[in-house]
Design a protein around this ligand. Structure first.
Ligand code: SAH
Length: 228
């Protein structure tokens, strides 16, 4: 083999492998410093491998507190938003939770980690199929996925203790209110303008419906019968 004395031999430095456990721990510390104190939610975020829910090319950013594109013009929500919404949903183990807007499946997996019985609806076939594969590969079989217009809810599995809508529409879909159980809670971003909404918390108390405004929110569009 010829020798090239002037060229130092360079061993390529191995690309630093992602250590998801450490990165998640750092993410959880960041979320706590931003005001998330719900221990059960933080524990769930510590266990769900968010890097497996984002496109491979974006994996190195999976534990930064930002939303990321997941294809089809859709996004996986920012971890802070997932943490905040999950804590405001006040879930307990065993509750039946309906999610509208499966997207990457991350929010569904977080609720599953909190031992909820999760039902999730996605309207886009490509995302639906992809997420089904991802959840299957991870061995998550308890999340019930459906493809369709989530603004119509999932009457076959109703009523639900909790409903979480992760896309923003112009109104609160009547079928979702109807499918919310007594004492149930629904979180939904609603706004007249696309991509700027107010996050509403709807509570059902003995058939009466109460609405609370939790502040500004920015979600992708809820598209459907009772959406845009
Ligand atoms: N919860 C998701 C966030 C996905 S973004 C996550 O953790 O990744 C919102 C998703 O809602 C998109 O995938 C979009 O296609 C879907 N969506 C919009 N309108 C919908 C509707 N009417 N029914 C079901 N899904 C809908």
């Amino acid at each position: 083999m010829p020798q090239y004395p002037n060229i130092p031999s360079v061993t390529p430095r191995p690309r630093r492998a992602i250590d998801p456990v450490r990165l998640r721990e750092r993410m959880v510390r960041e979320l706590a410093s931003k005001g998330i104190h719900d221990a059960a939610v933080l524990q769930a975020l510590r266990t769900v491998p968010r890097h497996l829910f984002v496109p491979e090319a974006l994996r190195s950013q999976a534990y930064e507190d930002t939303a990321l594109p997941i294809g089809q013009g859709q996004t996986i929500s920012q971890p802070y938003t997932v943490a905040l919404m999950t804590s405001m949903l006040e879930v307990q183990a065993g509750m039946r939770v309906l999610e509208i807007g499966t997207g990457s499946g991350y929010q569904a997996a977080v609720l599953d980690a909190m031992r909820c019985r999760v039902f999730s609806i996605e309207r886009l076939p490509e995302l639906f199929e992809n997420t089904r594969r991802v959840l299957q590969a991870m061995g998550i079989r308890s999340v019930h996925l459906m493809r369709g217009d989530g603004t119509m809810g999932m009457s076959a599995a109703a009523p639900f203790d909790r409903i979480i809508v992760t896309a923003g529409g112009p109104e609160v879909p009547a079928p979702l209110v109807a499918q919310l159980d007594n004492n149930g809670i629904m979180l939904i971003p609603v706004g007249e303008k696309k991509r700027t909404q107010r996050l509403l918390r709807i509570r059902k108390d003995n058939g009466r419906v109460f609405q609370e405004d939790l502040g500004n929110a920015v979600f992708v569009d809820l598209v459907g019968n009772h959406g845009w």
